[in-house]
Design a protein around this ligand. Structure first.
Ligand SMILES: Nc1ncnc2c1ncn2[C@@H]1O[C@H](COP(=O)(O)OP(=O)(O)OP(=O)(O)O)[C@@H](O)[C@H]1O
Length: 327
């Protein structure tokens, strides 16, 4: 196995905040000693509610912010000892983007490449290929301010990739985009990884984004990593799927619950009015077995399988809903 492309141990950031008026200064422990291991070519979603510590972690890993403690290597370079090599090997796409509305898209790309010492002609060729790969053919001469939100975000990503970094950090890339542009952006991010084998580290507070895009997730809350794994693994860790059976009455539901237990074995079961809720490891395979076993002996008016969401994962891990935090 090759060495991880990002490895952080006990990474920590404490902000000192000046008190207002006569208030004494206080400290905010934004990131409390996180361990992060990321392999080359992964798309890793860094999921957490607002204020969880995502941007702070990302700014430390991209050398924009000095850690208060801990160590990290990025692409084999030590964050503290060799920040210049770290910077050269990464692309960073900030939440707000970096393009100037009055600048021409192609010139922005070439100027960005020049910062890395890339020849103008090479930069132009590379920029055009990148724009084409991101479905942005034809915007080379356009002023950045005239592009749609989705086009502008894809141009930001092209800016982050122009020097062919092995890792790109994307901070909340789809904030402010409509659902269709978001899904489209995810396709493009996946394509970047597939075409250029780029490792993608993406912060998000959107569960659907983390779920749809990431190979693996790190869930952060109050500056601590509270979960890691694939979306499937995390969902499985909260106890499985729910099979919902609607019966004809509360009495019938109790009888149905007993019959279900006899067929499927002992699983957590709740009866709520005329609904029976069973928690099983794999709802999709349990349901046909259950219905076959029940036959016509019970009146079942409706069935549903509810798979856990990342919100259920967050709720189980923190006792709070990610959705509440978003609101
Ligand atoms: N410069 C700063 N000075 C003081 N406190 C800060 C500073 N930057 C961030 N914080 C605090 O640190 C904590 C983590 O903030 P951070 O921006 O890393 O969270 P986040 O998960 O990226 O949130 P968001 O999704 O809103 O960007 C929050 O409590 C925030 O208020």
């Amino acid at each position: 196995m090759s060495a991880p492309i990002i490895e952080a141990r006990g990474l920590r950031k404490t902000y000192k905040v000046r008190g207002r008026g006569k208030e004494s200064p206080r400290t905010v422990e934004a990131v409390k000693g996180v361990d992060i291991t990321i392999d080359a070519g992964e798309i890793v979603g860094f999921l957490g509610p607002n204020g969880a510590g995502k941007t702070t972690t990302l700014r430390m890993l991209t050398t924009l912010l000095d850690p208060s403690g801990g160590t990290a290597t990025v692409n084999g370079h030590d964050l503290a000892k060799d920040p210049v090599s770290v910077r050269r090997s990464i692309g960073y796409v900030a939440q707000m983007g970096t393009t100037d509305p009055s600048a021409v898209a192609g010139e922005e790309l070439v100027d960005q490449a020049r910062l890395y010492g890339i020849d103008r002609k090479v930069a132009a060729d590379r920029g055009k290929a990148l724009l084409s790969g991101l479905d942005l053919d034809g915007i080379w001469e356009r002023k950045c301010g005239t592009l749609s939100g989705g086009q502008r975000r894809r141009l930001d990503i092209a800016m982050g990739l122009i020097h062919e970094p092995r890792i790109v950090f994307l901070d909340e890339p789809s904030t402010g985009l409509d659902p269709q542009s978001r899904a489209n952006l995810w396709d493009h991010i996946r394509r970047v990884r597939d075409d250029f084998a780029t490792t993608v580290f993406i912060t998000t507070h959107y569960m659907d984004e983390a779920d749809a895009l990431s190979d693996r997730l790190l869930v952060i809350d109050h500056g601590e990593i509270v979960g890691k794994g694939t979306a499937e693994e995390l969902k499985r860790s909260v106890g499985g799927d729910q099979v919902l059976l609607t019966s004809t009455s509360a009495d019938a539901a109790h009888a149905l619950a007993s019959a279900a237990a006899a067929i499927l074995g002992d699983h957590p079961t709740e009866v709520d009015g005329d609904v029976v809720r069973l928690t099983v490891p794999d709802g999709a395979s349990a349901l046909p077995r259950l219905l076959r076993g029940l036959g016509d002996s019970h009146d079942v008016e409706g069935v549903a399988v509810r798979r856990p969401t990342l919100d259920d994962v967050f709720l189980t891990m923190t006792g709070r809903s990610l959705r509440d935090e978003e609101e």
